[in-house]
Design a protein around this ligand. Sequence first.
Ligand code: FUB
Length: 344
Amino acid sequence: QKSTESQELTEEHSDSIQYLSAPLVSEIYTADPSAHVFDGKIYIYPSHDRESVVDEDDSGAQYDMKDYHVFSLSAPDGSLTNHGKVLDLSQVPWAKRQLWAPDAAEKAGKYYLYFPAKDHDDIFKIGVAVADNPAGPFEAYPRPIEGTYSMDPAVFEDEDGTYYMYWGGIWGGQLQKWRTGEYLSTGDAPDDDEPADDEPAIAPQVARLSENMVELAEESKDVLILDAEGNPITAGDHDRRFFEAAWLHKYKGRYYFSYSTGDTHKIVYAIGDSPYGPFTYQGVILLPVQGWTNHHSIVEYENQWYIFYHDTELSGKNYLRNIKLAKLTHLEDGRIAQIDPLKA
Ligand code: FUB
């Protein structure tokens, strides 16, 4: 995950950039913000970026995170509370490194933190930790959730009280190494094990969660993302294919699956009529931010929708990010108005 044209551009003109929003947190670096309304407040579950001695490489080893912190906002324009550290790598027996983008869910007064990490064989899996309070601290289960792999979990509660977990990320996120149903790696280049450009892109995964919230209730299924003609988006279509950062929200009875396009740096979305998809590609929600990664969540608070995202305004370094938020608008026809995070 190296510099790109957009990254170079924003660095070159960094004095003149006008950002859409200010960083929410400046005392530590934060990224990948998953926001939820719990108890009338907005709780944010971000990654905690830090300087690391690990060299940058194309698998993203420099994103070498070791713990999670939780924040809450009394309202989108209200005061921010830092609830401190809620889980440390040393408290997760199965995990070796890289605590990447987490998400959280509430059920029956318990709070669940879902998080990816590389296990002791350096294979990404997804774990879960539980708390009595949205601000933690969280206690991790001793093993990853069976049937999960890769990274970037996002949990969606449907109106009937069913919970679904979406996950996956290609390149450093290893999703391309699970195409046979087992981990199979033919090389260490980011795109080794990817399909040919004209084949369907690698699909993110979805599975219903069990009643107990700490297991999958079923084997995961591919999340199909189709173009307007009903054909799968292809692996070579880097402007539209799934890369990482899955998120699901529901608006007026329809399911909106949004994600990052990775090396083209956009947050895009597709709409479907079932939480399992298929989803039809619609367009761009968030144009490239400053920095290589783009990762978001979408949440409604008092009849207004918001997107939480990150950029690198505070550090200028891809792996030291800061979270932000902006208003998000659903248009009359159900499409989402495009947001430009760099308002020049
Ligand atoms: O924060 C580490 C990784 O960077 C996340 O898991 C990806 O979505 C990207 O934001």
